[in-house]
Design a protein around this ligand. Structure first.
Ligand code: COA
Length: 192
């Protein structure tokens, strides 16, 4: 399990989420989303990629970040290319995914969301991800602006992505590899 990260500013700390945080997380979750993750689902997500942000001992936000291997077809295409070019077969690059980010409503517009996104990017790089992506409601201009500040761009619309029938944008950003990250070899040419 990841240990607490260094303080970035006095009183601000990121640490792994625990069961004891779930009530406070749920308060923020239901105030933040029209289709919130149910408490049981939040609990299932506890693990390495689920962090909470605390300020002066109070839980003020959280982020859930996952990672997955590319689809079977993406890997097949990569292998075929490697075979055709006679080159070495690179490691399949990981894709990181921001699954959830929220900040307590009363504490927004103070840079906490930016801090969580920056953490997600650093975490994804440490995992060795070549790319990071997320889905966001097409009408969530606040979050879209936040992600665009970090260089995410809209790749496509995902129709009816949310349980209430709302559409999502798939937003993506290519990542430069962190030194020593496990998949460094495979995506050096693609990172931006
Ligand atoms: C999106 C969210 C996490 C941003 O958190 P935050 O702490 O307010 O964000 P920050 O203060 O770090 O703002 C960073 C940038 O986001 C954008 N932004 C934030 N609030 C905004 C607003 N009300 N209108 C327009 N842009 C906004 C701006 O670019 C801002 O930078 P600036 O303050 O220098 O102009 C927060 O609004 C939230 O929890 N929303 C509900 C949950 C949600 O939509 N999550 C994203 C799901 S994909």
């Amino acid at each position: 399990m990841m240990s607490a990260l260094p303080l970035v500013r006095e009183g601000l700390q990121l640490r792994p989420a625990t069961r004891d945080d779930l009530a406070a997380i749920w308060e923020i979750e239901r105030a933040s989303f029209s289709t919130p993750w149910p408490p049981e689902y939040l609990e299932q997500q506890l693990g390495e990629g689920f962090v909470v942000l605390e300020r002066a001992g109070r839980l003020v936000g959280y982020a859930v970040i996952g990672a997955k291997l590319p689809t079977f077809f993406a890997r097949l295409e990569q292998r075929t290319r490697a075979l055709l070019s006679g080159g070495l077969q690179p490691e399949p690059p990981l894709v990181a995914h921001i699954l959830n980010i929220a900040v307590a409503p009363a504490l927004r517009r103070q840079g906490l969301g930016r801090y969580l996104v920056q953490y997600a990017l650093n975490y994804a790089r440490r995992l060795g991800a070549a790319r990071i992506e997320l889905e966001v409601r097409t009408d969530n201009s606040t979050a879209i602006a936040l992600y665009q500040r970090f260089g995410f761009h809209i790749q496509e619309i995902v129709p009816k992505y949310y349980s209430d029938g709302a559409d999502a944008y798939l937003m993506v950003k290519a990542l430069a590899p962190a030194e020593g990250s496990p998949n460094l070899r495979g995506y050096r040419d693609r990172a931006g």
